[in-house]
Design a protein around this ligand. Sequence first.
Ligand code: GLY
Ligand code: MN
Ligand code: MN
Length: 453
Amino acid sequence: MNQISTQTPKATLQKRRKKFADSMDENSAALFLSAEVHHRNSDVEHKFRQDSSFWYLTGFNEPDSALLIVKTKKETVNYIFSRPRDKEKEIWTGKIAGPERAKEITGVDKCFEFKDLDGQLEKLLTGLSRLYFEFSLANYHFLRNKILETAKHRRIQRITSTQNLIGELRLFKEPFEIQQMKQAAKISAEAHKLAMQRAKPGKHECTLEGIIEGHFCLCGAGWAYPSIVASGANATILHYTANDQELKKGDLLLVDAGSEYNYYASDITRTFPIGGPVGGKFSKAQKQAYELVLSAQKDAIAQCYKKEVTFESVHEAAVKVLCEGLLDLGLLKGKLSDNIKNKTFRKFYMHKTSHWLGLDVHDVGSYVEPQDSKRVSKTASAKTDTSRILRPGMVITVEPGLYFDPEDTNIPKEFRGIGVRIEDDVLITKTGAEILTSACPKEVDELEEILGL
Ligand code: GLY
Ligand code: MN
Ligand code: MN
């Protein structure tokens, strides 16, 4: 990640931690670990990217760090654990803040060295009844097991994931967060336009990947997820990232790429015919698929402007339009209601229409109303739960698609190998909604103009 990041104001961090602590039980502690450094091979490290929840609550960008919030009847105390200053190490990998400076940056009450975490937990968890800790973390395996043992040893009765509580906070974006997301969206829209202008037969998918990610870098951003640059039938592979094929005249190109700006993600997909001077226009089948997805996306986005609609209704709107269109094209048979009920469309549309967007591209936050989320974890049945009502401050993607298996001999030849997805990022506002990615063209005539067709 090559992004420029700005320090989150201490007062903002303190406010977030206070909100989090308010949602904790009395007599409990919450522990958040930083991300860990991962090795790519031998002694080469992957670029470090801080854990999103840890960043949200601390604004501290170092590995081997932890935040502990201890809430008793009397008081709430915040502790930061971080690496000690180490001149020798700093020569190789850069400045280390050290616990005292970490305390200043984060505005917490007390600080310790990271190596003392387990020992301090032995003391600080004494007498508490609950620990909030993300035990499903992929990071710090050894330490994680030790923490769980310590909690058991200190007779903590309940260990609960932090996910529900932190998800509830991160789901509603503050004005500062929205600013960052708008900037991420703007940079991504520009990068997609560049890719459209440069997508010519004979080039390779990875050339466009470079153009897109190069633009992210030029803008002080990084990528929010590895870019998908999928030409022809590669577009029917949902998580295609090989990006190594040559662009061919007559094929469509699906680009799913989003920048991460100051830790905040954007997520855009556009699909278009590979451009001139020797490129072709949309074929008839390509255009039919494209216009169908576009119209499904527009209906789904229109849902977001309505008051108090559910997350699920956005998906339902997209599914309805797609099913109607697939029936018209003869690609589905029978009654609309039966196709929707029996999910026959899943052969061509196998993913959901939306996800939350924020610090993570697939951001945290419950997809059912909070009063239902406790019941879900007990019964593991989401069927009767109320889908989350969309409220101001939430950001979702709207990304319907159609994917026709290149080997499916049950569909007309002209549809085989077509993959189309159109994805925008939508902020729910007090008065409706705002499409953060609207600067990225998607109308057929806009695309044809930019592609020089
Ligand atoms: N780019 C990941 C997604 O669209 O969900
Ligand atoms: Mn997405
Ligand atoms: Mn995407």
